[in-house]
Write a protein that binds this ligand. Structure first.
Ligand SMILES: *Cc1c(COP(=O)(O)O)cnc(C)c1O
Length: 364
């Protein structure tokens, strides 16, 4: 099979070494005679996998002891409801920052449970920038402040952490970190709750990782389903029901891989260099265009358009022939999108840029 570079936004590329190890352990995990898929989630083998995955995550992200880590199913999208159900704690409203499609979905879902104050929005410019914090209109009586550090579809990323507590000491910051999780160091103590679907940067679909400050857990809206109550999952170490065991295992292998690369500081350096290579090229030509404001460009998802959209199909076809796949942009934005998560090797960006140069030269 020819070598391919997969630029999918998610489910996305995983480290080759991780997939090779999973292959080697597929039929017989560590002499157990079983595949991880066949193990009881309460057996000692899987319990050891779960414990190591959590320990590695805590170590890599320097998660403080008063934070709980949960491994849940239902994807990041379930958190759009679970967050208000658990974090309103008697309050009637929540602050949301609207920077794109994923923010919008979170807002829409939250409106089923509370009043939503949209503290800031970049909808006026088709979600191509991050609104500066001094323009935000925060409701000080709201329960929390929710934002999306990296908008996967628009390719807009916060390079700073909002300061909710400066405006109200009792306002936890909530982040949908799905597409930038573990791509750079994060100061967990600045957040009340972080959630991330695994399938962008750390593992297969089906798993959502939640990191929550323990004092925030325990008060739910009346009628909250058992499975949507953080306290249930905290009290049962994410084993109230069957968690997505195989996804947890692959995530564990990916975290080990990140450790082997030198941890989150090292990942950040690699990711910054990859993104820089691509953006520097995009800015050097008027054949391609990236619509996102320069300081807010995502290191994970790089949207770009061709000068002549009539060439889109030909671009994708020739890219595919070179082994550069899944570059088609999201239908709401058009053009192209290169998702360059942790597991995309720097070589993949070089091959992409070389191809883009050549395509521009032959079609200018
Ligand atoms: C992919 C994504 C989601 C949705 O994740 P699911 O696991 O499909 O529910 C939510 N937020 C962001 C930022 C995403 O990138």
């Amino acid at each position: 099979m020819e070598h391919i570079y997969n630029f999918s936004a998610g489910p996305a590329v995983l480290p080759r070494e991780v997939l090779q190890q999973a292959r080697d352990e597929m039929l017989d995990w560590h002499g157990s005679g079983m595949s991880v898929m066949e193990m009881s989630h309460r057996g000692k083998e899987f319990m050891s996998i779960a414990a190591k995955t959590e320990a590695d995550l805590r170590e890599l992200a320097a998660i403080p002891d008063d934070y709980k880590v949960l491994f849940l199913s239902g994807g990041a999208s379930s958190q759009f409801a679970m967050v208000p159900m658990n974090l309103l704690r008697g309050k009637k409203s929540a602050n949301y920052v609207n920077t794109g499609e994923w923010s919008r979905k979170a807002i829409k879902e939250a409106k089923n449970y509370c009043a939503v104050n949209v503290a800031a929005s970049s909808e006026d410019a088709n979600f191509t920038y991050v609104p500066a914090q001094d323009t935000w209109k925060i409701d000080p009586d709201a329960a929390y402040l929710h934002y999306t550090p990296n908008e996967t579809i628009g390719g807009v990323e916060f390079n700073w952490i909002p300061e909710a507590s400066r405006l109200n000491a009792d306002m936890p910051l909530v982040a949908d970190m799905s597409s930038s999780f573990m791509s750079r160091p994060m100061d967990v103590s600045r957040f009340g709750l972080i959630y991330a679907g695994a399938q962008k940067n750390v593992g297969p679909a089906g798993l959502c990782i939640v990191i929550v400050q323990e004092d925030l857990v325990g008060t739910t809206l009346p009628g909250t389903p058992t499975m949507f109550d953080y306290k249930i999952h905290v009290d049962n170490d994410s084993m109230y029901n069957t968690p997505p065991t195989y996804s947890m295992y692959i995530t564990g292998l990916t975290l080990e891989w990140i450790k082997g690369k030198g941890g989150l500081e090292a990942m950040e350096k690699i990711n910054a260099a990859k993104a820089d290579l691509l953006y520097t090229f995009l800015d050097s030509t008027d054949f391609y265009h990236c619509p996102v404001a320069t300081p807010d460009r995502s290191r994970m998802n790089v949207p770009f358009t061709l000068k002549d959209p009539a060439l889109d199909e030909e671009f994708l076809k020739q890219a595919r022939a070179r082994g550069l796949i899944q570059l088609k942009g999201h239908r709401s934005v058009g053009g192209m999108r290169a998702s360059i998560y942790n597991a995309m090797p720097p070589e993949g960006i070089k091959v992409l840029v070389d191809f883009m140069k050549e395509f521009a030269n032959t079609h200018a």
